[in-house]
Ligand binder design. Structure first.
Ligand code: ADP
Length: 545
């Protein structure tokens, strides 16, 4: 016998249907690619998205076919998500910060049929399209007046303008594919994660929980995390679902532009990666500014340094929630709301109901949740990947249904996760693991540091020793000894970097994270040029306490 409740497939079109019906006038504010700030309501987004669904159906898009977007966070991009998914297509978000080779690979691998792009991405399109023969139509997310000369594409506004808004959405199984997002390839060849309507719908319910994003109809939410990165942390579903006001920053993510939007639009909650918060902080400090409406920051994607948490909470009274997740998890894994502004969410927190995690050693045996023992982090749940797209013959899960995240972590007795490294970045010294992330966090707390990164370097005696690379704030100078002294007492003695080097700029990858692959290559070059400063190696490695 089954339960006797209604059949209500969890398809994503229902979210925007709900928003337009019950929060139709609630505003979506966009810093448009053309420049001006634009405003509309959920009812407008809903109407225009349905026009676009009709336009896509007319182009011959069939259920499950991929429609790609190469675009920043704007209301048009939001319309495109719902238009594609509502009509049964798969919205494939492309990251414009990827290398051309990666984009070509991804577009061809995904078999994208139609591509919607911002006009600022036209140079990129010119480079990739000749090598992507499967793309049969390109649409630029603008109006006729802003179309570039000598580029063959349709203008979004006149394209959707030809169609009515009468369109039947949904009506398919909640297991149908809805969104496709490739991992950025920082850990190898890009791999496609195919979200279903159901997985994204359940992820939306999980994400709005009070201890996760905790957003409500009274909030104004700024999504700095791009819609082309990791499913935009689910914000394109969570914000309309609760009827919150939505602010979309377009392509301007520098400190000054973000600050202006925060203040002018009275934003209460904003989400982005640590580098964005660093940039904003530097701007605010330089200009001597204050925040008048911002209540909460969601900081995830890479470890949130203590100095950042401290500055926002203690200096500006803004709660910082530290998040961990990954594309393969839709992407929320854990979140950590501090109990008060005096408490810093140093660890990215606990899992919400719907996600389960475990830690194992190299032999696959569970390790204790004692907050000290490192293990490989594995996860399972309703919004966790089962197979990669078009690699369906590869088994990703273990016998208990867990997916190996590739992260090394500890979990404390209260269930709080701490990521210590990606497995490929972990430094093995004298047979023990050193956490590059913890050294980076300690180093970046130095008043002169803008960014810090730690990589392992070969060592005849210990196997590997940590190398600390520091990007100093502009206009300051420092010595390696200053940094080593600063680290004393902040990290175990045997983790002390063997070498400290100052670099002009620490390279960031396509998702705003430190790119250790590039860093290692740069460092090898610098070593050859003889610019490194060696200091005494730290004391002998021992057990982690
Ligand atoms: P990519 O692999 O394309 O960079 P993801 O955004 O999916 O894309 O990256 C997920 C990875 O980012 C995680 O596996 C983890 O290594 C890292 N990460 C995310 N959040 C945190 C965090 N709070 N602390 C440390 N590492 C994090």
């Amino acid at each position: 016998m089954s339960g006797l409740m209604q059949d209500w497939p969890l398809t994503l079109d229902r979210i925007l249907e709900h928003a337009q019906r019950w929060h139709g006038d609630r505003e979506i504010v966009t810093r448009s690619i053309e420049g001006p700030i634009t405003r509309c309501g959920y009812a407008d987004i809903h109407r225009r998205a349905r026009q676009m669904s009709n336009a896509l159906l007319d182009l011959g898009i069939r259920p499950g076919e991929r429609v790609a977007t190469l675009a920043f966070n704007t209301s048009r991009h939001l319309e495109a998500w719902y238009a594609i998914m509502g009509a049964g297509g798969v919205c494939h978000t492309l990251n414009p910060r990827l290398f051309i080779e990666q984009l070509v690979y991804i577009v061809n691998h995904a078999q994208d049929q139609v591509l919607l792009a911002d006009t600022v991405c036209v140079p990129l399109l010119r480079a990739i399209l000749p090598r992507c023969p499967g793309v049969r139509q390109v649409i630029l997310l603008t109006d006729e007046a802003h179309m570039p000369a000598d580029f063959e594409a349709l203008a979004y506004e006149s394209w959707i303008g030809r169609y009515g808004a009468d369109c039947k959405w949904g009506g398919f199984s909640e297991e149908s594919p809805a969104g496709l997002c490739y991992t950025s390839g920082t850990t190898g060849e890009p791999k496609g994660v195919m979200y279903s309507h159901r997985s994204n719908y359940l992820h939306m319910l999980l994400s709005v929980m009070p201890d996760i994003l905790g957003i409500s109809a009274r909030d104004t939410v700024l999504a700095i995390v791009p819609m082309f990165h990791a499913n935009a942390w689910g914000l394109a579903f969570a914000v309309p679902a609760v009827g919150a006001r939505f602010v979309l920053p377009g392509a301007c993510l520098d400190g000054a532009s973000v600050y202006e939007l925060l203040e002018k639009e009275s934003v209460t909650i904003a989400a982005g990666v640590p580098t964005v918060w660093q940039g904003l902080l530097q701007h605010v400090e330089r200009e001597g500014l204050r925040f008048s409406s911002l209540r909460r920051i969601i900081c995830g994607g890479s470890a949130c340094p203590e100095s950042l948490l401290r500055a926002y909470q203690q200096r500006y009274g803004i709660e910082v929630r530290h998040a961990w997740g990954m594309t393969e998890m839709s992407p929320i894994g854990t979140l950590n709301p501090p109990a008060s502004l005096d408490e810093l969410a140093l660890k990215p927190g606990r899992v919400p109901c719907g996600i389960d995690m475990t830690l194992v050693d190299d032999d696959g045996r569970p390790v204790p949740f004692d907050g000290r023992t490192f293990g490989r982090l594995k996860v399972r749940g309703h919004s966790v990947v089962r197979r990669y797209f078009r690699r369906e013959d590869e088994e990703l899960l273990d016998a208990d249904g867990y997916f190996d995240t590739g992260d090394i972590a500890t979990i404390d007795p209260a269930g709080f996760l701490q990521i210590t490294d990606r497995a490929k970045d972990v430094i093995k010294s004298g047979g023990e693991w050193i956490s590059s992330i913890e050294i980076e966090n300690a180093a970046v707390a130095h008043a002169k540091a803008a960014l810090a990164a730690v990589v392992g370097v070969p060592d005849a005696k210990w196997g590997e020793r940590p190398l600390l690379l520091v990007q100093l704030k502009s206009g300051v100078t420092a010595t390696p000894q200053e940094f080593l002294q600063h680290l004393e007492g902040r990290i175990p003695r045997w983790w002390m970097p063997a070498t400290v080097e100052f670099v002009e700029a620490i390279p960031l990858g396509a998702t705003g994270k430190v790119d250790k692959k590039v860093l290692r290559a740069q460092r090898a070059e610098a070593a050859e040029a003889g610019s490194k400063v060696d200091v005494a190696a730290g004391p002998s490695p021992g057990k982690l306490r």
